[in-house]
Design a protein around this ligand. Structure first.
Ligand code: GLY
Ligand code: MN
Ligand code: MN
Length: 358
């Protein structure tokens, strides 16, 4: 069944006759791309009982013809979006219409959605649930994003040594990703020494010194799919405490991976890692969730947080990324991308995890 056919099945199950998906300044690019194939920054997708349409402006007429089978409705200067959507829905007989309340503003709801003259029903879960379960083709795309990211970091590690700044390391890594045809999945995190304890730290001018941890959290976006990887390296020999913390994070990650498979409840896997970190005495220094769904967005859906009491479906790709962050001292995180199968996971990331001294 094609993606749009599956989506139509879901519309039926929800007793909906149509759907409108709004994407402005890339606000909802991933879902629009996922459903229609169109990768531009402005689109309104309209699904009716009769057809599928894409509204976009002249920047994207050619691209829309190339990327999607949805019928193009040109949006020209002076047109009113609400009139285009209203007349399309009415002409095709869609009066119960789904939309995403989480991805539009109150202003847009008031100006456009509230004026469509149809019965509106929030249906954010339709695409979210579909996107969470990856097809084998999607997993291949994530694998390519992983490969480009891993090759880029492997190359950059040749350049890492005391005296290099976090910004220089970040610039090298991003250049190596771009050179291989990737874009950035998100703002690259590079933190060294005490700055490695800043969970999502921006790279600074700080230069690496002997005895630092170097935490790098980064990813490549390739053909719309992301990788998200963290490795923590040691510059010179670690102290005994650094080695202990690193070993604890690695153990937490390994045990969580061993317990991971489709059907396991998200919060339960978080607990596997959190209890190992807690028993080692660092519980208060692991404040974030163990992982998140990964795909066309880096944070693509729910994952392994204490709040997620749902089972992880077969086909999900989820990060497993425990960390310990000691403010003013150092931080360690190890993050892998994992494909959840019936009886186990396939770990899509391959870079070494044993403590590496650079
Ligand atoms: N880099 C963001 C994250 O790991 O969730
Ligand atoms: Mn990450
Ligand atoms: Mn992550």
């Amino acid at each position: 069944m094609s993606r749009i056919e599956l989506f139509r099945e879901k519309l039926k199950e929800c007793n909906l006759e149509g759907f409108v998906l709004y994407n402005m300044e890339a606000s909802n690019r991933s879902s629009s791309w996922y459903l229609s194939g169109f990768s531009g920054s402005f689109s309104v997708l309209i699904v009716t009982p009769k057809d599928e349409y894409i509204v976009t402006d002249s920047r994207y007429f050619t691209q829309a013809e190339m990327e999607t089978k949805f019928k193009l409705i040109p949006y020209r200067n002076g047109d009113e979006l609400k009139d285009i959507i209203r007349t399309t829905l009415a002409r095709d007989g869609a009066s119960r219409v789904g939309f995403e309340e989480e991805t539009i503003s109150v202003g847009f709801y008031n100006r456009v959605f509230s004026q469509l003259g149809v019965e509106l029903k929030p249906a954010d879960d339709l695409l979210k649930d579909m996107r969470m379960v990856k097809t084998p083709e999607e997993v291949e795309k994530i694998k390519l994003a992983v490969k480009i990211a891993e090759d880029a970091l492997t190359e950059t590690l040749n350049f890492v040594k005391p005296g290099r700044s976090e910004e220089e390391i970040c610039a090298s890594l991003e250049y190596e990703i771009r050179k291989r045809g990737g874009n950035l999945a998100f703002e690259t995190i590079v933190g060294s020494g005490p700055r490695s304890a800043i969970v999502h730290g921006r790279p600074s001018e700080r230069k690496l010194r002997e005895g630092d941890f170097l935490l790098i959290d980064y990813g490549a976006r390739v053909n719309g799919y992301n990788s998200d990887i963290t490795r923590t390296y040691c510059i010179g020999d670690p102290t005994e405490e650094m080695a202990r913390v690193y070993a604890t994070v690695l153990k937490a990650q390994t045990e969580a991976k061993n317990a991971a498979k489709a059907g396991v409840v998200g919060s339960r896997l978080h607990e596997v890692a959190a209890s190992i970190i807690g028993e080692a005495g660092y519980g208060e220094f692991f404040g974030h969730g163990l992982g998140h769904s990964l795909g066309m967005d880096t944070h693509d859906g729910p994952g392994l947080s204490p709040k997620n009491n749902d089972p992880i479906p077969a086909g999900a790709v989820i990060t497993i990324e425990p960390g310990i962050y000691l403010p003013g001292k150092f931080g360690v995180r190890i993050e892998d991308d994992c494909y959840f199968c019936e009886n186990e996971i396939e770990v899509l990331t391959n870079l070494d995890r044993e403590l590496k001294i650079l």
